[in-house]
Design a protein around this ligand. Structure first.
Ligand SMILES: [Fe+2]
Length: 293
């Protein structure tokens, strides 16, 4: 083995990390060595700067737990989450586009009946979201699971409300036999990504916006169809063009139509306060059929 110099080091390391039986791991590690070395060669860090980088990553990991995910946030603000999403969801034309999951999804949301309220006791303006779930061919999809999560009307997710016991601003709905669904919630508002961690520390040293435009998260799942993780964004939001995590896609921007007090809500109830109405039809892509035996 040659002894290393600054010039030969990358080749020596790359050669050693080629001795990996799993071809995919080998490919990943070859690319990791190549690009990491190129990055370090370009920025030429001092040893003190490298120690800062290690400390930053260490503290980022230490911030993570079952509800807080600072590494996902890092991936989001660097646009990597959206790149991974784009590579993995080259949807058929006509299917609803996907977008980032983000750091706030909590598994096992409570089931809510069609038309039921997933924002009981939450602050905010009532908001009804309805539409249907269908396949690219137009066929209605019954029994699709719609897993929703969002901020309350003050801009906080469950993970940001440690004082509240139990599920907050999330619910599992199911599409009806005709593919339709009806959700009652409160209107989400634009919010800042969490700024009390290492990513906030970094963002505060830039002029980048740390705001996300108002949105509702959806994860749809139906047998025989590709799952879909996406958001619906509120049109006209001040931050719609500068989303801190690059998640906005044009087909996901929807009108939140304001209705005056005394109007009949979708589902038939008369509301004595103003509310919003949102309509969106989700289109899922069918999985490829297994080859006939
Ligand atoms: Fe969000």
């Amino acid at each position: 083995m040659p002894y290393v110099t600054e010039k030969t080091l990358t080749d020596v390391v790359s050669q050693r990390w080629s001795d990996i039986p799993n071809p995919r791991l080998k490919q990943v590690m070859q690319a990791a060595v190549k690009h990491l070395h190129a990055f370090v060669r370009e920025i030429e860090p001092t040893q003190a700067e490298w120690a800062v980088a290690i400390d930053f990553l260490t503290r980022t990991g230490q911030m993570c737990d079952d509800k807080r995910q600072e590494f996902i946030l890092m991936s989001d603000v660097l646009g990597v989450s959206m790149l991974v999403d784009a590579i993995n969801h080259r949807q058929a034309s006509g299917a609803t586009p996907s977008t980032v999951e983000g750091p706030f999804h909590v598994a096992d949301a409570p089931a809510v009946a069609n038309g039921g309220n997933m924002a009981v006791n939450a602050p905010g303006i009532p908001c009804f979201v309805s539409g249907k779930v269908s396949g690219v061919g137009g066929e209605p999809i019954a029994g699709a699971v719609l897993d929703l999560w969002q901020t309350d009307g003050d801009g906080f997710y469950e993970a940001q409300r440690p004082e509240i016991e139990g599920p907050w601003m999330r619910g599992l709905y199911h599409s009806q036999p005709d593919g339709s669904y009806l959700i009652r919630t409160v209107a989400p508002i634009a919010y800042t990504i969490p700024m009390d961690g290492t990513i906030g520390e970094l963002m505060n040293r830039t002029n980048l916006s740390h705001m996300r435009p108002a949105h509702i998260h959806f994860a749809l799942d139906a047998p025989g169809y590709h799952g879909l993780v996406t958001h619906l964004f509120r049109s006209g939001d001040k931050w719609i063009e500068s989303d801190a995590v690059y998640g906005v896609k044009e087909p996901l921007i929807v009108d939140f139509r304001k209705m005056p007090a005394g109007s009949k809500a979708p589902g038939g109830e008369l509301l004595n306060e103003p509310f919003y109405v949102v309509h969106y039809d989700f289109v899922l892509e069918r999985k490829a059929q297994a080859a006939a035996a």
